[in-house]
Design a protein around this ligand. Structure first.
Ligand SMILES: [Zn+2]
Length: 470
């Protein structure tokens, strides 16, 4: 296996690999925070605007649960990205891609997409599903893909649009996941080298505007194919040494193409228990007005221990959670209370028809649901909005009322106040909502636990008030 780059210190996957010697150094939590989140937050704190955890008033996880999610990379319509990608990677690094790729299937069929989505729906699973717009330069999702009829492509897109989108964020994974495309001409650059592959060098020195233009091009194809995106996934090492510009470029592109104010991107994962996997809110702007925006860096917490990026590397469910439910990376992260986001590649889930990755995933989800009753499956966009709201909502408790001032809206915003309060009423704009008692902290509810009153409600942008009786 090659040196890796999706790890915060490097990532395991060939479609996501970087050549030797390019591996990044482990990024320490302290430095990471300094580079991104805290700069904006501390600026605000100095202006007295951040009040996230005053005595008897604090923000909890959504519904006071632990978010879990499932990231699927290298998926698209019909095309098996491993089959078409490997020969293009091999052209750049001949000694490193020795897979017998001609034996792999060219297609991952929609019958499998349907089987997978149905199982996930039944088990409440949510996450992110890539739709590579010009998969390995085979054809365009909004036009045609040679080898499949227009009708087959239309039907494939319809499945994603109608059956995946409700529970899965759709991401582009740049344009081709292989060759860099000249966005002026729509053609790949002529040179086949690491400098002109999306996985490797091209992105490392580009400005935020240049990356933004490239990302917007990829998103426009998906928009034309009838898909909605609030975020993107990077192919392999893309912008691994250029993260600030990646974050800014992603925000620029999501705003430009879809009008979204909270963009998010998946670039890094870490399996190091000493590193935080909290989402990082970057480049927050316009917090005092009604057009606030930011870019949220979502961090995966596992490797692809399902079926590998090539669909030839069998994984192991026990690395996520052991059969006795006591150990594993998911147990570690869930018990820390941070979002536990698993990472896989679609060719490894299908595993050339053997479905090895899918079977491992089913085992992992079954074990997680056996052990825990306080998980909440979330799309990455909902996690991103929550963390943006958590970071920047100003709260104060005055005379039995919690005054909220939120630059970002989110679903199921959850706070706790002193347990002496009761009968909470939410006033937001014209709306007045009496929160109901519910142990499960569903939307617009409250519950009492120990000496605290916990409240869950949809947070609106701007000012709102929770009125409490004591
Ligand atoms: Zn990928």
């Amino acid at each position: 296996m090659l040196p890796t780059t999706r790890f915060i210190e490097g990532k395991t996957s060939g479609l996501n690999t970087l050549s030797s010697g390019k591996q990044q150094k482990t990024m320490k939590r302290r430095k990471f925070v300094k580079d991104s989140t805290l700069s904006a937050a501390s600026l605000l704190a100095s202006r007295g605007l951040v009040n996230r955890s005053v005595a008897s008033l604090s923000i909890l996880n959504p519904r006071d649960r632990v978010p879990v999610s499932f990231i699927i990379d290298d998926s698209t319509a019909l095309v098996n990205l491993a089959y078409y990608g490997i020969p293009q990677f091999k052209e750049i690094f001949p000694s490193q891609y020795l897979q017998d790729w001609k034996k792999l299937p060219q297609e991952i069929p929609d019958s499998f997409v349907l089987e997978f989505l149905e199982w996930c729906d039944m088990n409440g699973v949510k996450g992110k599903y890539s739709m590579v717009p010009y998969p390995a330069c085979t054809g365009w999702l909004h036009r045609f893909i040679p080898g499949w009829t227009k009708k087959e492509l239309e039907e494939s897109l319809k499945i994603i649009r109608e059956l995946a989108q409700p529970n899965w964020d759709i991401h582009s994974e740049m344009i081709s996941h292989t060759r860099v495309i000249n966005t002026k001409t729509g053609m790949p650059f002529p040179e086949a080298s690491a400098d002109y592959m999306e996985n490797w060098e091209w992105s490392q020195t580009k400005s935020a505007d240049e990356l933004g233009e490239y990302i917007a091009y990829s998103l426009q194809i998906l928009k034309d194919a009838g898909l909605h995106c609030d975020g993107v996934t990077t192919p392999g090492g893309f912008a691994g040494r250029n993260k600030q510009n990646l974050a800014k470029g992603t925000l620029y592109a999501v705003k430009e193409v879809y009008g979204g104010k909270v963009a998010h991107f998946f670039r890094d994962l870490t399996t190091d228990p000493n590193l935080s996997v909290q989402p990082q809110v970057m480049h927050a702007e316009g917090l005092d007005g009604d057009q606030a925006s930011c870019s949220v860096h979502i961090i995966g917490c596992t490797g692809d221990w399902f079926g590998g990026w090539d669909g030839l590397t069998p994984g192991d469910a026990d690395r996520f959670i052991t059969p006795d439910l006591q150990e594993g990376r998911m147990v570690e992260v869930i018990e820390s209370g941070e979002p536990a986001i698993m990472v896989c590649h679609w060719p490894g889930i299908y595993y050339n028809g053997e479905k090895v990755g899918f079977e491992i995933f089913k085992t992992v989800v079954d074990r997680l649901h056996q052990k825990y009753d306080h998980l909440v499956w979330m799309k990455l966009s909902d996690i991103a909005s929550y963390w943006a709201a958590r970071e920047f909502t100003k709260m104060e408790l005055v005379d039995g009322a919690v005054n909220l001032n939120a630059p970002f809206e989110c679903k199921n915003f959850t706070i706790q106040v002193d347990g002496r309060y009761k009968n909470p009423i939410l006033k937001a704009g014209e709306k007045t909502i009496l929160l109901k008692e519910d142990r499960n902290l569903s939307q617009n509810s409250w519950t009492r636990q120990d000496t605290a009153l916990k409240l869950c409600f949809d947070l609106e942008r701007g000012r709102s008030t929770l009125i409490l009786e004591s």
